[in-house]
Design a protein around this ligand. Structure first.
Ligand SMILES: [Zn+2]
Length: 239
């Protein structure tokens, strides 16, 4: 009885707080209703899913062909400049919305599990941020997204082995070759023995040119991983 009263008081209080500080959707900015967290149901249904995991030679896999040997590659959604996915990524990366990253990871994990897309994967490995950036932001968005993926797939998130050896300059204004020179050998493993013969999947928030992921994948293969796959939240690959 007391517990129920407490629950009702708590919910009532949450509703009042919601009126004063409305919790809004990270995709469309509309107020969220009860049961919705960080993103509204309409946005969840509307975000453009790629379903790349059902096509082994999809756009992301093709991006790495001839560059580094990738066992599988997929992205949850297509990046839409100025659209909902961009707002969602912005919220995850710059507004501290870790709950949203986790929630989207969990949802994508369910889809991948249902479609048997991650059979025999030993570890998820998020692309690490440079320590300085991590300190500024307070969290690694790819790792938080990975927590969600790990919770719904049961695959272990190995987040303290791969690391960045140096801080790379901003990549936005560099050519593809320039970018590759910039990210070559920027990753290393603290305990290479941990991934010997393992089937690992790299996680990143967005794939654009793929040069960072390529460098990390090469590092893992050179260190003895048997297979390396790639998963990203969004795909911004230009055709
Ligand atoms: Zn929305």
């Amino acid at each position: 009885m007391i517990y129920r009263l407490w629950q009702e008081l708590k919910e009532g209080w949450a509703d009042i707080i919601g009126l004063i500080y409305p919790h809004t959707c990270a995709g469309c900015g509309q107020n969220l209703v009860k049961g919705e967290q960080e993103i509204c149901l309409a946005c969840l249904l509307e975000i453009p899913q790629t379903n790349f995991h059902r096509d082994s030679q999809n756009l992301v896999w093709q991006l790495f062909r001839g560059r580094v040997s990738i066992a599988m590659a997929a992205s949850y959604v297509y990046f839409d400049k100025g659209g909902k996915v961009q707002s969602i990524l912005h919220s995850i990366k710059y507004k501290g919305n870790q709950n949203l990253a986790r929630q989207l990871g969990m949802l994508y994990g369910h889809i991948l599990k249902q479609d048997h897309a991650l059979e025999e994967v030993d570890y998820f490995i998020p692309i690490p941020l440079h320590p300085l950036k991590l300190k500024q932001r307070g969290y690694n968005q790819s790792e938080v997204w990975g927590e969600g993926l790990a919770s719904s797939t049961g695959i272990y998130l190995l987040n303290n082995n791969l690391y960045r050896t140096e801080n790379t300059a901003s990549q936005t204004r560099k050519s593809r070759i320039g970018r590759w020179e910039n990210v070559k050998d920027i990753f290393a493993l603290k305990r290479p023995e941990e991934i010997q013969g393992k089937n690992v999947v790299l996680l990143d928030d967005v794939v654009t040119t793929g040069s960072t992921l390529e460098s990390a994948a090469q590092c893992l293969l050179d260190s003895g991983a048997s297979k390396v796959g790639i998963l990203t939240l969004a795909c911004a690959v230009k055709i």
